[in-house]
Ligand binder design. Structure first.
Ligand code: ATP
Ligand code: MG
Length: 451
């Protein structure tokens, strides 16, 4: 909230200085003038965020100042101060575009709240706007969204390798976008008009997988009633995406190695070899290096696959991408479901930002899709988010028995700290999650020396 520029317009000297004092003390960059004419001069020199003006001024009135200000820059917020008993002036000020009004006499606390509330609202609006603009602009490759450094590196790698025949290994936890990246590479490459064939290596047993990939000859096994071409042949000139490559058994690993080394495949049951030209993109959510060390994945095959490695980091390690991704999905599902939800409330956004996302981008996508269905207001609020995000983290047995937590008090303290972290130190929200009211939370925190 700091650093906002606020202009005070008030002719009463004492009032002027009082307002200036209170606003400056809040950490805003405040200055004041004693009439509307001077205010209009000032807004041309300085980009103010907010104007607080008295309605009754010696020269032009507060209302005229409001109109001129909004005409000059509609983004400058305007709060009108009017005397008690002139509520209709306040109402017409709002009609003319003022964000808020304060009735005299008022206490300084009221002023602080009004200023803070309006600046926060604007910040949220600007953040949403900024994120929407980013979406429309450059931070995408195809439909892969991300502004984090890690994703920038991914975009760059895709661009560099897309047209080459190099084998690519994509590594990342579930839902980080491995398949999305594989498709982007193929469909942005010079092989885009050729086939792209995805194969899930984990879904089929080794024998069936071998025959699917390399084909078989008549009589190779029971049920092989005719020769059949495999996916490698079908994909000739294009791309095969070998998903979950870490799950293939030792026999197939050897066959793969040969296919990768000299582009030769051998249909099951045949002695004949065929040469194919296929680009391989492989993906794994397991750390292949560890599998190599454990002896369950061939080292030579690992080196063959890992000519270019694209590492997709989990979402919790690139939290900066959460906002832009959430807005991307919001736009998509809001349109799809005929809803007019354009924003994510501050509270909901904090929950999204602090969650750990074990299911990564897929989980975020599902949660936003669900929220657009359940939300009844024009913005996503915590109410439409699922309990995993809004409930405090469960206390694990480990916490209960760990060395540094012995008493119930210490446990409470640890739990409160966790919940406060989740809500970005928002005590109102934390107390809701804890199921107590705010003052009780304060009391407990005081008792535990947490303030
Ligand atoms: N950076 C991103 N931008 C936009 N959408 C994304 C991004 N990353 C993932 N997604 C979306 O998340 C979902 C999961 O992505 P994808 O299927 O590519 O993940 P995966 O890594 O292959 O997961 P798994 O290991 O479970 O197969 C898809 O709907 C995808 O469109
Ligand atoms: Mg996948």
């Amino acid at each position: 909230m700091k650093g906002y520029k606020i202009l005070i317009v008030e002719d009463d000297e004492k009032m002027n200085q009082g307002l200036l004092h209170v606003i400056s003390k809040e950490g805003y960059a405040a200055q004041s003038v004693d009439c509307g004419e001077k205010a209009l001069e000032e807004i041309k020199n300085i980009q103010f965020d907010l104007i607080i003006s008295d309605f009754k001024l010696p020269g032009i009135s507060g209302m005229e100042l409001l109109k001129a200000t909004k005409k000059y820059d509609v983004n400058i917020l305007f709060v009108m101060i009017t005397a008690y008993g002139t509520v209709d002036t306040a109402v017409s000020a709002m009609k003319q575009g003022a964000e808020d009004y304060i009735l005299k006499p008022f206490d300084m606390e009221e002023l602080r709240v009004v200023v803070k509330k309006n600046l926060e609202k604007r910040e949220l609006f600007l953040n949403n706007l900024r994120l929407q603009q980013q979406l429309e602009k450059k931070y995408t490759f195809d439909n892969i969204i991300g502004t984090s450094e890690a994703m920038m590196r991914v975009f760059k790698t895709i661009n560099t390798v897309k047209d080459s025949k190099t084998t690519i290994l994509i590594q990342g936890e579930t839902g980080t976008g491995k398949e999305l990246v594989a498709r982007a590479i193929h469909f942005n490459s010079d092989k885009a008009s050729k086939p792209y064939l995805p194969v899930n290596c984990a879904a089929l047993n080794e024998n069936i997988l071998a025959s699917e990939l390399f084909g078989h000859v008549k009589g190779a096994f029971t049920g092989a009633i005719a020769n059949k071409a495999g996916l490698f042949e079908a994909a000739n000139g294009g791309t095969i995406f070998l998903d979950e490559i870490g799950d293939i058994g030792p026999g197939l690993q050897q066959t793969f190695l040969r296919a990768l080394e000299n582009g030769e495949i051998q249909p099951v049951g045949s002695f004949e070899r065929k040469t194919v030209s296929v680009r391989i993109i492989a993906a794994t959510n397991k750390n292949l290096e560890t599998k190599v060390e454990q002896g369950s994945f061939r080292q030579d095959l690992y080196y063959r696959l890992n000519v270019v490695m694209i590492d997709l980091p989990p979402l919790r390690e690139r939290r900066g991408d959460i906002g832009i991704l959430a807005h991307h999905f919001l736009k998509q599902y809001s349109t799809q479901n005929n809803k007019n939800i354009k924003r994510i409330s501050k509270e909901a956004f904090q929950l999204l930002e602090h969650y750990d996302w074990p299911g990564n981008v897929r989980e975020l996508e599902n949660i936003i899709e669900r929220a657009t269905l359940f939300e009844t207001s024009p913005e996503i609020t915590p109410g439409s988010l699922p309990p995993v995000l809004t409930k405090p983290p469960a206390v694990s047995d480990h916490d209960l028995v760990s060395k540094d937590v012995k008493s119930l008090e210490q446990l409470s303290k640890k739990h409160i700290i966790k919940v406060l972290e989740m809500t970005a130190q928002n005590k109102t929200q934390a107390s809701k999650l804890l199921g107590i009211d705010r003052s009780t939370l304060w009391r407990i925190m005081n008792r535990l020396n947490m303030n």
